[in-house]
Design a protein around this ligand. Structure first.
Ligand code: FES
Length: 532
């Protein structure tokens, strides 16, 4: 074994070497990218993929998104290497791993320790609400601790427990500050509105991470896990760095934000192949990147991405070839698929209650309406009349993958290969949850989680001389509003996912979500408007 070290592999991927153990965490290295050939690691990490890198004792994968669960890479590892995954209500990760021939799959419950050597261990910290199947991974390697949060939004109380588990401050903490979302970039907004929403989302994510880092005070913070890049011509202009704004800030932007708000916080932005020595937390740069900078201007970024796209041409073509135009029967397959989703959870259907219109182009396409809820889904194949709450427009080749079982809904949504419009313009988490899980056990877990919240616990906010007592846990995914609630312009915003609530009525203003309960208000003498 060599020197104890963390090596950045690009995106959220890490190799972690201890005195007695070698681990890959969320490696995303195979050349095919992810999500129907739309996402690729940025910058190009292909130079780190060597036989030595893959010579490991164990792989840990935090969740089933294919920029973390690299099936092509995992299929090629020796069977002796176990793959450790968190336990979620659905077994989709295990099924996908078995489908590629993995036989040693270790499923860890929350906070359950997996021994790596006599003293070293790792555990997983799933998000509290089972609507999201995301987990942080906590490792104790020698005297050092590493919190690999990847896409998980862990709560402050979870972070505090992580510190207790490792017996002191966290040494290295990887934080994702560039959220992966198809909203607003694939929605029919004008440019001004799209940028307005993008700014709110970008800043909201930055603030949520800043709060966590400020409380946790890791010895070294490392923004990572995004953004990806989009190399297909159809998606190329969505890349960050080609113009100001957007929802995908680079890691260097994230680090600069943290440095400005928490000047005492040490941080590092690592490119693929850069390393952190675990003994003194110094950073060793990979000479591969001399002459490259994340802060390049738009033309330099465009030039870099064009060259990268040329090198990935074959992978992009393969994604198109694997999803050919439908030959026949697409409409009927769509109807069967959507109506079968309607049998999974009446709890979800009642909270969706909308008409979803699909405008499907290409051979055997059409305009199809899915009326969702309150107790079933009914699909009309001669749709297009009347009001639709959501409209999704896409090429039939991508939809065919979903209704034929090749592609999961969230892969299609993350692929960005669609255009959407919603009227009213409100997010519905239950709709996304139904599509992305499409699994009875996963949906039941959400229902049980939401039913178990204690509506009696309260927290307080003082705004404009009035004190509001509101239910303590966010009705969206249960974040503790005492930690994640901020009041901006008189509106309570939960930094978990930026849902906003009217403090007088409790109504959610920007999403389809149960209201917060406003228990009581009283007038106080001080004025206190909180902003992060
Ligand atoms: S937990 Fe998602 S917005 Fe509050």
């Amino acid at each position: 074994m060599g020197e104890p070290m963390i090596t950045a592999l690009g995106h959220a991927g890490l190799r972690i070497d201890g005195a007695d153990v070698r681990i890959l965490a969320d490696p995303w290295l195979s050349p095919g990218g992810a999500f129907l050939g739309s996402w690729f690691p940025f910058p190009d990490n292909s130079h780190v993929l060597t036989p030595e890198l893959l010579d490991v004792d164990l792989v840990v994968v935090s969740h089933e998104h294919l920029d973390h669960l690299d099936l092509d890479l995992l299929a090629g590892l020796p069977q002796s290497v176990p793959v450790v995954v968190p336990r979620y209500p659905s077994t989709i990760i295990q099924r996908r791993l078995r489908a590629i021939g993995r036989t040693r799959i270790v499923v860890l419950g929350a906070w359950q320790r997996y021994p790596l050597s006599e003293h070293d261990w790792l555990t997983v910290i799933p998000e509290q609400c089972p609507m999201s199947h995301d987990s942080a991974v906590l490792l104790k390697i020698g005297e050092r601790s590493v919190l690999h949060t990847n896409d998980a939004r862990i709560s402050l109380s979870q972070a505090r427990r992580a510190m207790t588990e490792v017996g002191g401050p966290l040494d290295v903490m990887g934080v994702q500050m560039s959220g992966a979302s198809w909203h607003p970039i694939r929605y029919e907004y004008d440019e001004v509105e799209r940028e307005r929403i993008s700014t709110i989302k970008r800043i909201g994510k930055f603030k949520a991470v800043t709060r966590l880092v400020r409380q946790v005070e890791p010895r070294l913070v490392m923004p990572y896990a995004g953004p990806p890049c989009f190399l297909d011509d159809d998606l190329f202009e969505l890349n960050s760095g080609l113009r100001p704004g957007g929802i995908f800030p680079d890691q260097s932007e994230a680090l600069a934000w943290l440095a400005e708000r928490i000047p005492s916080q040490a941080g590092a932005c690592l490119l693929p192949g850069d390393r952190i020595r675990l003994d003194d937390l110094s950073v060793v740069r990979d000479p591969h990147w001399s002459g490259f900078t994340l802060d390049a201007g738009p033309e330099e970024r465009r030039c870099y991405l064009k060259g990268y796209a040329a090198r990935r041409r074959r992978a992009i073509d393969a994604a198109w070839a694997a999803n050919p135009e439908p030959q026949s029967g697409l409409a009927q397959r769509f109807k069967t698929h959507l109506e079968s989703l309607g049998t999974l959870s009446e709890y979800f259907l009642a909270r969706i209650g909308m008409t979803l219109r699909f405008d499907v182009s290409g051979p055997f396409g059409g305009v199809w309406d899915a009326h969702i809820g309150p107790d079933r889904v009914v699909v009309e194949l001669d749709g297009g009349e009347g009001h639709a709450d959501y409209r999704l427009s896409m090429d039939g080749r991508w939809l065919d993958g979903v209704v034929s079982g090749r592609t999961r809904w969230e892969e299609l949504l993350l692929s960005l290969r669609f255009i959407a419009r919603r009227q009213p313009d409100r997010y519905n988490d239950y709709l996304v949850g139904l599509l992305k899980h499409a699994d009875r056990a996963a949906l039941r877990a959400v229902e049980e989680f939401e039913a178990a919240r204690d509506p009696e616990e309260i927290t307080e906010f003082t705004v404009g001389g009035r004190q509001f007592q509101v239910s303590r846990y966010c009705p969206h995914a249960g974040e503790d509003l005492a930690e994640t609630g901020v009041v901006v312009n008189g509106v309570l915003r939960c930094l978990g996912h930026n849902f906003e609530f009217d403090l007088n009525s409790g109504r959610c203003l920007n999403a389809r979500c149960d209201p917060i309960a406003v228990k009581a208000t009283k007038t106080v003498e001080t004025y206190d408007e909180e902003a992060v």
